[in-house]
Design a protein around this ligand. Structure first.
Ligand code: PHE
Length: 397
């Protein structure tokens, strides 16, 4: 009898725990707008508009998801405080993919079929956006990636949008930076073969750098999650480059910088937006001093729209917003604006309104969605000086 009781109690606890996890995860920081009403997972409610978000809240790219989510949540709370959209409050339902490959499609399918979200925000990393995009496309639920830069992402269909620049642009900007600012004509590249972002950015950089007369003297490969880069760095050193391009994410970039310096490689290292995380400095330490990377925005930008955002974000989260926070914020604002203009929460109508976004002014500048559902914005170059990120210049082609 006792055992039976235990069995059922543990079952009940398990069910409660799972339910708690789901709703716990889905809880925005603001008071739940659907509380007390008919709201709840799986039930279509009349008084709220549900928006789904999938993000890397834990794991190797945790700061990407956390920042993006914080920016998104801040925007949604502001929209709700100002009366919501179409007379309704927006409810953000968000889920963690743990920075893992193979999680995002199922998560997004759950948000669509169980929660009936009107639109989906995410992801930061291109590889994970590519996994979930077909699900949104098949279900005619618009998806906005705040910050995935690989060109393939929006090619998944007419429901898939992004509000940031592309790696074809970022690679070209970095090639010019290497040539003109670093004065390098011989560059080595270290690519993360597990990330479509890294593979794509390496290729776009190479094309432009070679076209402009530069030489790629070594192209070494690693896999996200690797910890020991001695072999690839030794091979890189042997090619005697004047600079090393590491188009990967911050965890590996920090380790690569450290191990490169230990091997006596003293040439400049540089990367793309995947380096953007406070963890880069934590992991890389003194080895990332004097390195450079390109990104989407700088909190040092003195324009009132940026400074106002930085202030609100700092008040709420006690930290300075990075590029993912700014893009996450803008993605939610662009979506709310589109729903307003659509006058509806139906997927095809929101899609059409998103496609018609031509002059939206946000924290990351002007969003104009083009015929391929992409945006174009200038890139910001950042360096690390005295253990801090420092704005260098803004670049367009
Ligand atoms: N652009 C990166 C990708 O597509 C993700 C990223 C965006 C990283 C913004 C940092 C800042 O994978």
């Amino acid at each position: 009898m006792k055992e039976r009781w235990n069995f059922w109690t543990s079952r009940a606890l398990l069910i409660l725990a799972v339910a708690g996890l789901l709703t716990g995860c889905n809880k925005p920081q603001s008071p739940d707008p659907s509380a007390g009403g008919a709201g709840g997972a799986g039930v279509a409610t009349d008084n709220v508009i549900k928006v789904g978000e999938y993000a890397s809240l834990t794991g190797t790219e945790a700061t990407f998801g956390q920042s993006s989510h914080n920016g998104t949540a801040l925007a949604i709370d502001e929209i709700n405080a100002a009366g919501g959209v179409l007379g309704k409050q927006i409810k953000l339902l968000y889920e963690d993919n743990q920075s893992k490959a193979g999680e995002s499609a199922a998560i997004v399918l759950k948000l669509i079929s169980r929660d009936k979200v009107a639109a989906v925000l995410g992801e930061v990393a291109s590889g994970r956006s590519l996994e979930a995009a077909p699900i949104c496309q098949q279900n005619k639920v618009p998806m906005i990636s705040p910050s995935s830069t690989n060109p393939e992402v929006t090619k998944r269909g007419e429901y898939i949008f992004r509000i940031c620049f592309l790696d074809s642009f970022q690679g070209a900007v970095l090639a010019r930076f290497a040539k003109e600012t670093l004065k390098a004509t011989r560059v080595a590249i270290l690519t993360d073969v597990r990330q479509p972002y890294s593979v794509g950015l390496a290729e776009f950089f190479r094309q432009r750098f070679v076209q402009d007369g530069g030489a790629v003297v070594a192209e070494q490969k690693y896999s996200g999650g690797d910890k020991d880069f001695n072999a690839v760095l030794t091979a890189t050193k042997a090619a005697d480059p004047q600079a090393i391009f590491v188009p990967g994410y911050y965890t590996e970039a920090g380790l690569i910088a450290r191990q490169a310096r230990q091997l006596g490689i003293n040439v400049p290292l540089f990367g793309g937006d995947g380096w953007e995380s406070p963890k880069l400095i934590e992991i890389g330490g003194a080895a990332v001093e004097g390195t450079y990377y390109s990104t989407h925005y700088s909190p040092e930008d003195q324009s009132p729209v940026v400074q106002n955002f930085v202030k609100k974000y700092q008040e709420r989260y006690k930290e300075t917003p990075d590029a993912m926070a700014a893009l996450g914020y803008d993605s939610a604002m662009v979506l709310a604006d589109a729903i307003k203009r659509a006058g509806s929460t139906e997927g095809p109508k929101i899609r059409d309104a998103l496609a018609a976004t031509k002059d939206f002014h946000g924290v990351t500048g002007r969003t104009m969605i083009d015929a391929e559902r992409n945006a174009s914005k200038p890139a910001v170059m950042v360096t690390i000086k005295d253990g801090k990120f420092k704005y260098v210049e803004t670049l367009s082609l």
